[in-house]
Design a protein around this ligand. Structure first.
Ligand code: 0L1
Ligand code: MG
Length: 254
């Protein structure tokens, strides 16, 4: 039987101390259901230390991402207030094991959302959309994992930065985007890479995360998932995402 609390403590300590650990599945099987239980228990430890739940991230929502990590299912993780970076902020690489960054679209909810909803019903709960970047940092050695490992590790979520909010009534299904490092484009893509339309990711968030958490709350941020492969961060880099119609968002790496 899987000891959920022990696994949760191990992955929480790995994140807290920025130390790489062996994959859980290298020492025995871990079911997807138990992996989500480990994720819940590890984030509960952070909440007990004073962090607040502020949303969820959807992951592996593009072909590029699925290929990069060799899995083929959508996953989700929890976002806390301590994970949020302000626009233009400096990220200290020492706090992470081997961080990467990826371009995302963020939804801000104005009403609770849960269960099986249509895209129109999901969008009726959205106050605003914004360009965003997620910092992912697998706590596993060499950024290698099987699906249950990554789920237990909060789906690699480690930080996020959100740009200015815009009206969600515009068409955001196929917005061009470019992620630059020190002014040099490193990833170019479109929001269409997110499940064909990022609203599908919101629908999946309501079905999967909403059901598991009871509901997605008004005021929460939902990260729709990476639109391209992720870029490995190096000290000194300045990373900027520019998204068609929605503006830019950036961070620095120290
Ligand atoms: O947000 C994502 O799509 C990443 C999910 C976990 C896989 C990874 O760490 O790359
Ligand atoms: Mg992501």
């Amino acid at each position: 039987m899987t000891d959920i609390q022990t696994y949760a403590e191990v992955v929480d300590e790995a994140a807290r101390t920025a130390s790489a650990i062996p994959q859980f599945t290298s020492s025995g099987p871990l079911s997807v259901a138990d992996a989500y239980a480990v994720q819940a228990a590890s984030i509960e430890r952070r909440l007990k230390r004073g962090e607040k739940l502020v949303g969820v991230k959807m992951g592996l929502t593009s072909r590029a991402k699925m290929k990069q990590v060799n899995v083929d299912e959508v996953v989700w993780g929890r976002l806390t207030d301590a994970m949020r970076l302000e626009e233009g902020a400096s990220l200290s690489k020492r706090r992470f094991v081997h961080p990467r960054i990826e371009p995302e679209l963020a939804f801000l909810l104005k009403a609770p959302l849960t269960g099986e909803v249509t895209a129109a019903e999901a969008m009726a709960a959205v106050a605003a959309i914004a360009p965003a970047m997620e910092i992912i940092d697998s706590r596993y050695q060499n950024f290698k994992f099987a699906l249950p490992d990554v789920i237990a590790d909060n789906s690699s979520s480690s930080g996020f930065v959100v740009g200015d909010w815009s009206s969600p009534t515009q068409d955001f299904s196929n917005l061009g985007l470019v992620m630059e490092v020190d002014g040099r484009p490193v990833e170019i893509g479109s929001t269409a890479a997110i499940l064909g339309n990022p609203s599908r990711s919101l629908v999946a968030a309501a079905r999967l995360a909403g059901a598991a958490l009871g509901r997605l709350e008004a005021g929460w941020i939902i990260l729709a998932g990476g639109a391209t492969a992720a870029h490995s961060l190096k000290v000194g880099e300045r990373v900027r995402l520019t998204m068609q119609n929605l503006g830019s968002v950036s961070i620095r790496v120290a």
